[in-house]
Every structure is written in structure tokens, then in C-alpha cells.
Design a binder for this molecule. Structure first.
Ligand SMILES: *Cc1c(COP(=O)(O)O)cnc(C)c1O
Ligand SMILES: [Zn+2]
Length: 397
């Protein structure tokens, strides 16, 4: 079905653009980040959004992230590597409503994606585009979920995956990489250390690296969460979106999606306030936001049960901080014990076993509600980024 382009147009991709210096890059070539040494910024895919599009193009398209293909970067549908990622459910809070009085609170539940997290969106997009560009070996540093997703999508695409992961990651994240046939390197350090080693290996062996936000297309995959939130709320955006922020790809992507939807006339100018939630052990964005800074410092307080949030410094810290400020949002951190308690509370009362990263949002929501930052009458979306099943060795039952 995804190969049926008769019911609409194809990708409207034009090129890639650096938000720092404005340089444009040819998207038919392999790109990473801006090569201008003064910015080295993440590159953003640009589309021809000058003509309004008819929402009717979505009718009869499959319920996965590829339904928005005009606004996605893969040109030839033959290159799409898919396992049905995306179009995840919106679940209302059911039995914990005494905490949410006055608000409508929903989870966007990413747990059911292939390999159990929303990383399937970004990696599925990056692997598809890499296939289109003829790339043979893809390497990534990972805190866990990106590695599993890369291993799986590379297996399906028939290309080679190399994954660098911290030793202190739960075993299942390592086992799945090996099962999917990736080459796994365990690193005595954090994701930043993994990043350095991948860069060395890539230089030496000619691998293509897809480190978070140093490659343009993972962002385009995660952006589809923004399209879906808009579509699933009938093109009326919620008031607040909570996002567990490591590298920040999803937060930036959701924001980019809303801008693109406005340009094609599918939504108006209303935007949600964006909330970045981090682990207390790695809260560089929170510190920078509270200090009024436009850059984050390197912060690594060591182990956290939310391995996806152990990112000492996001490559796109400036963009994340700008989105938070432009949206009149906020950033806050949550401790491991709070995340663990939230995982259990939500499992027991809502029937959903969440990744600690997702459960952190519940704690953050409660804090912002009791401080009055969340107002009565507001509609809230919490993005549960992954399944809790991979994290069980870190949750005391
Ligand atoms: C990777 C990951 C995150 C952080 O995602 P970013 O978009 O890089 O900030 C959050 N939750 C889970 C479960 C993850 O795997
Ligand atoms: Zn630049």
C-alpha cells in the first residue's frame, strides 16, 4: 500500500538548510551537519510548502508514519524500510483522574512501535534515506533504544549496523542488537564516550554515522509525532506537550511538524507550550533554561534508570532551548526514585508499563499542576517514548 503513489504526490523535499548560517545543502547527496566550522549545526530538511495541500490525501492511507509522505524526505517509495512504525494511540488517563482534575490528560503511547520505542520512527526514516543514498554500513552511539532500532531496520534493509552502547545498559538492549545481527561494541562510559569512538571508527572504516541530530533524517522521522498529534486531535493542538528530553530530537521534530502543518494550511497559529523533562542526573537543558542561557553545559551525574535521558549534552541544545522559550514552555527534572514510583503507579492503575523516560512525565505533570503552571481547562499530551519491558532489571518491584 505504501508504494501506491497514485493517490497523491510524492515527497516535496527541496534541500537541507542550516539554521545557523543559512547554508543550503543538496539533499541528493549524503550529508551530516553544517560543514561551516563556525556553526556545525544540525541541518533541517526543507520542503516546498508554497501550495496548500488537501487533507483528503490522507484518506485511505495506512495508519503509520509514512502517510505524510509529501512532508517526508524519501523520494522513491521503493526505498522505504518499514515495519508499520507510527500512528500510535492517544490514551486518556483512566483511573488516575483524581490527579488530573480540571485537565484532559492523554498519553501518546509510543511503546507499541517496532523494537518498543519511538526510536523506530527516527531510525526507520534515517535507514530508508540511507538506503536511497546507497549507504552500506550505518553506525551509531546509543543509550539503548536507538541501537536496537538501528539493528532491526538495518537487518530489514539488508545493510550493516555498528552500535556503540554503554556497558551499564540493561542486558536486553544489548541482546536485541546481537539478535538483529548488528556489530555491538560495549563501552565503559556514557553516550558521549560512545560518540567519540563511533566517530573514530567511522573515519577509519568509512561508516555512515547517524548520531542524534548530526544526521538530518532521524529528526524527520520523529517529526511525524507532531503530525499525528495534530491529526489525532482533529487539527486542534493541545495546550501543553510534555517530552522526555535526551538529545531532544522529538521535541524539535514535533515543533518543526507544527510549522510545516501551518504552512500547508492544516492548522492555525496556535502552539502548545513545550515541556522538556530530564533526569536529575543529566539535566543540562533544565539548568540552562533556568539560568536564562542559550547553550547547555556538559552535565553527567552518572547512572539513571532512564538510560535514554543520560545524554550529558545535546548536540542541538540551542535549538531545544529556543523551542522551549518560543513556545512559552518550561524544563524540569525528575529523580530516579520518582520515575520508578511513576512506572509502578501507571502500570498498576492504567495498565501500561512505561519506560522510565515516559513515566517521568507523569511526575513532571503533577509538579506543574500543583505549582499552578498548568491551568484548569488545559489539554495535556504526555509522550510515552518507550515500553517498560526492556527496563525491568532497573525497576525494583
Ligand atoms: C532516546 C530516548 C529518549 C530521548 O529522546 P530524544 O528525542 O533524543 O530526546 C526518551 N525516551 C526514550 C525511551 C528513548 O529511547
Ligand atoms: Zn551553518
Amino acid at each position: 500500500m505504501i508504494n501506491d503513489i497514485a493517490t497523491g504526490t510524492g515527497s516535496l523535499l527541496i534541500n537541507l538548510k542550516c539554521p545557523g548560517c543559512g547554508a543550503e545543502y543538496d539533499a541528493s547527496l549524503t550529508n551530516t551537519f553544517c560543514t561551516n566550522d563556525a556553526c556545525k549545526s544540525t541541518l533541517f530538511a526543507q520542503y516546498d510548502l508554497s501550495q496548500p495541500l488537501d487533507k483528503a490525501i490522507l484518506k485511505d492511507r495506512p495508519a503509520n508514519m509514512w502517510r505524510y509522505r509529501e512532508l517526508l524526505p524519501v523520494i522513491d517509495p521503493e526505498n522505504i524500510v518499514t515495519m508499520g512504525e507510527g500512528f500510535t494511540p492517544i490514551l486518556p488517563i483512566q483511573n488516575l483522574r483524581h490527579f488530573t482534575e480540571g485537565n484532559e490528560v492523554f498519553w501518546k503511547n509510543e511503546a507499541g512501535n517496532p523494537t518498543g520505542s519511538f526510536k523506530a520512527r527516527g531510525i526507520g526514516m534515517a535507514v530508508s534515506k540511507a538506503k536511497e543514498l546507497g549507504i552500506q554500513t550505518i553506525a551509531t552511539p546509543t543509550a539503548g533504544n536507538a541501537g536496537g532500532a538501528l539493528a532491526a531496520y538495518a537487518a530489514r534493509a539488508g545493510v550493516k549496523a555498528v552500535v556503540y552502547m554503554p556497558k551499564l545498559t540493561p542486558q536486553v538492549f544489548k541482546d536485541e542488537c546481537r539478535l538483529y545481527g548488528a556489530q555491538l561494541v560495549e563501552v565503559d562510559g556514557n553516550i558521549a564516550d560512545c560518540g567519540k569512538l563511533v566517530a573514530e571508527g567511522a573515519e577509519e572504516k568509512g561508516w555512515f554515522q547517524i548520531s542524534t541530530l548530526k544526521e538530518p533524517y532521524r529528526l524527520e522521522g520523529k517529526k511525524t509525532m507532531g503530525f499525528e498529534i495534530a491529526e489525532q486531535f482533529n487539527w486542534q493542538l493541545p495546550d501543553v506537550v510534555f517530552y522526555p528530553t535526551g538529545g531532544g530530537t522529538g521535541l524539535i521534530g514535533i515543533w518543526k511538524a507544527f510549522d510545516e502543518l501551518e504552512q500547508i494550511g492544516w492548522i492555525g497559529s496556535k502552539r502548545p507550550r513545550m515541556v522538556a523533562v530530564q533526569s536529575e542526573s543529566c539535566n543540562g537543558i533544565v539548568t540552562a533554561f533556568n539560568g536564562g542561557h542559550s547553550n547547555a553545559e556538559f552535565v553527567d551525574g552518572g547512572f539513571t534508570i532512564a538510560n535514554g535521558l543520560r545524554v550529558p549534552k545535546s548536540y542541538a541544545d540551542k535549538v531545544i532551548l529556543k523551542v522551549l522559550r518560543d513556545s512559552k514552555g518550561i524544563a524540569l527534572s525528575v529523580s530516579d526514585s520518582e520515575m520508578s514510583a511513576a512506572v509502578k503507579e501507571i502500570a498498576r492503575h492504567e495498565g501500561v508499563l512505561m519506560a522510565p523516560e515516559g513515566a517521568a512525565l507523569w511526575q513532571a505533570y503533577k509538579k506543574l499542576k500543583s505549582s499552578g503552571w498548568i491551568q484548569p481547562g488545559e489539554t495535556i499530551v504526555l509522550v510515552n517514548t518507550g515500553s517498560g519491558y526492556k527496563y525491568l532489571e532497573n525497576i525494583e518491584i
